[in-house]
Design a binder for this molecule. Sequence first.
Ligand code: SAH
Ligand code: SF4
Length: 365
Amino acid sequence: MRNLLDLDLPALVAFFESIGEKPFRARQVAHWLHQRGADDFSQMTDLAKSLREKLPGVAEIRPPRLEHEHVSADGTRKWLLDVGPNNRVETVFIPEDDRGTLCVSTQVGCALECAFCSTGRQGFNRNLSVAEIVGQLWWANKALGRDPKGERIISNVVLMGMGEPLLNFDHTVAAVSLMLDDDAYGLSRRRVTISTSGIVPAMDRLRERLPVALAVSLHAPDDALRDRLVPINRKYPLKELMAACRRYVVDAPRDFVTFEYVMLDGVNDQPEHAERLLRLTRDVPCKFNLIPFNPFPDGGFRRSPAERVRAFAGQLIAGGKVTTTRKTRGDDIDAACGQLAGRVEDRSRRLVRRMRPDTTLEVGA
Ligand code: SAH
Ligand code: SF4
């Protein structure tokens, strides 16, 4: 039984061919699934009756189960999805004046153990399927719909929820291709952003397969500090990461990468850190996005004071880098990106510990 939400357009075409149907049925069904949020074949009234009756025998429409929806006072919304016993992932919608951004998760937990991240703290369980990744947009779209002018409320997607998207490469790419496809969600490549902790070979593969906007979680200006905060740096150190960023922006949808930088009080927020960041990124077309640290129980770090964040941003701007500071949103429901707690049954702890000194994570074939 194929779950049709697992299939991008080429796979959907192949599926319809395999059951003896014309390829254009794939587009028709994609419209129903992704643009109208259909969850039952009987709703697909422009399909031949015989096909509508055949489909339930060979295919299903199975989004992740919606467990909970929260709405925060500032308009932020959060959906909690059940992805199996003891496992939950979250997706968050953040409205802004000129856009609506959905923050999507790609894994149940994360194996990379960044020191300041509540997802990393919970360990890793498994990759999300395509249906579970795109299902987040499917649910949010159903809930939010269109504005009075007929425009989709969700104009942007950022893969900044739980997990490392580039360590779930194939499912992430298929889900993103549905986000971009005019027969599905039709988002612009410039408005879908993949955020990575810096999986260098996968950044190159992404550039070849499906270039979209890229954000890189930098968080430190030198290897010694980054090794500590973002342990995958031991495998892909800054020199290689900066080179990969320079390669990525050539002919990319956006001619810069966005460096995310979480502001940790007294750890990486001093004037000399900004100075070194400017030196490190001198030859990299980039912008900076400073993220005030979101504390969580036993997080072990403090958020930098607002005036320090302002001064740090000022220093980067004076050095010629466009720099923004993320507003903290949805604080009342813990819904800021990078702060999605979900719930994870860790299945990897021992494995990760063993790999830690010289991390050798699979990055896909
Ligand atoms: N794994 C990917 C994407 C998910 S994390 C990555 O690391 O890029 C999305 C962003 O939130 C990353 O920049 C991450 O470093 C940041 N983040 C994680 N925990 C955070 C916290 N407690 N406060 C603020 N930002 C955090
Ligand atoms: Fe994983 Fe990203 Fe969290 Fe690091 S910051 S542990 S890569 S989700």
